[in-house]
Design a protein around this ligand. Structure first.
Ligand code: GDP
Length: 424
């Protein structure tokens, strides 16, 4: 049985916590897209961790954690994350890396930074983890597959060929230091030795595990609105954030994915530039940011203050639909307990007309939020474990959102801790 956990919004919905929780009951956890550009914050008995590349299952001894073929694999980063958790007392996790995963090269990180520098004020607000240059190269067919590290002749030839092409850009476009193919080859030899203990045909491994009745969890990064096809293009990430891509990025049949838990945040937040219709500013935003998440809404990877906004039913319904959500986990509800009234964006006004359907970016730029204001509950809801024990206005807020989404809210998260969750 395969289950996916994905985000409906701009990311940072609190997927890490839900994955960590469900990871306990899974045999295999797979990262299927993205790289070290986003992060999950996980709080468990070992402490507080910001994981960027490792699947959340690394804290359990009974799970196998897989870096799928769809991931942008930064090998030294992977090594550092493993060393870091082990140094903090976590038993060495069981990790497998797909032999078809591609390698995030040192120059991808450089090109990411150079391009943001070149764009100046028009930059994408990239985390400069090399993700966009990585996926560009993958689809331009000049990426390096993990398997190629173990085929020396091909490697030598390809390093020379790719360095030649990259050096033209480095010299003439960016005016930056050139790549030395010999040095690059040495780096790749180091990468090979680092990754060797983990490499296998993970697609086959998962397929065999499924035949044995094992439980697999696909762990998504970011959310629908950052998907390159269905998000707020071009202010998106460079690999698909949708559950559908989980099948490709993990190498399994699409029909195997039976349950798509889509995480929806009880208010909105976004990192980086891009359309955000229900965004709020000033003191109102500062207060929500300060109270938000666990100790404030600041990027897990960048530390940047996140942009804040009210719950956006238009974007979230779309987010949930594009994920193919079978159930919704509504998170960070506890944060809203300070508000007398809570605005919810229920429509977009575009050129004088109100729509409830999420439009393409060009139209989104013109959209103004249409709010419905719900009464707050003015109470601390952390510690509550039964749905019936939540204040009435809080239940009304949840049920309002559920109706807007059209998908059952099966979990309500009312605190950052891993057991702070109410099942319905
Ligand atoms: P992810 O990328 O979707 O995993 O999101 P992050 O983990 O980066 O962001 C979620 C933040 O909110 C983290 O700091 C979590 O510890 C915190 N968090 C998750 N769920 C809740 C919740 O229900 N209440 C509160 N207050 N914080 C939460």
């Amino acid at each position: 049985m395969v289950r996916a956990i994905v985000g409906a919004n701009w990311g940072d919905e609190g997927k890490g916590k839900i994955t960590d929780m469900l990871g306990e009951k899974s045999d295999i956890i797979v990262r299927f897209q993205g790289g070290s550009n986003a992060g999950h914050t996980i709080i468990n008995d070992y402490g507080k961790f910001a994981l960027h590349l490792l699947p959340s299952g690394v804290f359990y001894q009974h799970t196998t954690c897989i870096i799928g073929n769809g991931v942008a694999l930064n090998i030294p980063y992977l090594q550092r994350e493993i060393d870091d958790i082990v140094s903090k007392g976590v038993p060495k996790p069981h990790i497998l890396v797909s032999d078809r995963a591609q390698i995030l090269m040192p120059y991808h990180i450089d090109f990411d930074a150079y391009e943001e520098e070149r764009l100046g004020g028009k930059a994408f607000g990239s985390t400069k983890s090399g993700i966009a240059p990585f996926y560009s190269d993958k689809y331009a067919k000049i990426g390096f597959q993990v398997s190629e590290l173990f085929d020396e002749d091909t490697l030598v030839e390809k390093v020379a060929r790719v360095a030649e092409q990259k050096n033209i850009l480095l010299e003439h476009m960016y005016h930056k230091p050139l790549i030395d193919p010999k040095e690059l080859l040495e780096t790749l030899h180091e990468y090979r030795d680092m990754v060797a203990p983990y490499v296998c045909d993970t697609s086959l491994y998962i397929s065999n595990a499924l035949k044995e009745g094992k439980t697999v969890l696909l762990e998504g990064q970011l959310g629908t609105l950052k998907d390159p096809d269905f998000g707020i293009y071009p202010m998106v990430t460079s690999s698909s954030t949708l559950a559908a891509y989980g099948a490709i990025g993990a190498g399994i049949a699409p029909y195997e994915i039976k349950d798509i838990i889509t995480v929806v945040k009880a208010y909105s937040s976004a990192v980086g530039a891009g359309e955000f219709v229900s965004e709020i500013f000033g003191d109102e935003a500062d207060e929500l940011r300060r109270r938000g998440g666990d100790g404030g809404e600041f990027g897990a990877t960048t530390g940047h203050p996140r942009r804040m906004g009210w719950f956006d039913a238009v974007a979230s319904r779309y987010g949930v639909r594009m994920q193919g959500a079978t159930e919704v986990a509504l998170t960070v509800l506890d944060v809203l307990g300070y508000l007398d009234e809570i605005p919810v964006c229920v429509g977009y006004e575009i050129d004088g007309e109100v729509t409830k359907d999420f439009p393409v970016t060009a139209k989104l730029k013109k959209a103004k939020p249409v709010y419905e204001v719900l009464p707050g509950w003015k109470e601390e809801i952390r510690g509550i474990t039964k749905y019936e024990d939540l204040p009435e206005n809080c239940r009304n807020y949840i049920e309002f959102i559920e109706k807007e989404l059209g998908v059952p809210v099966t979990m309500v998260s009312n605190g950052p801790g891993r057991h702070e969750i109410i099942h319905r």
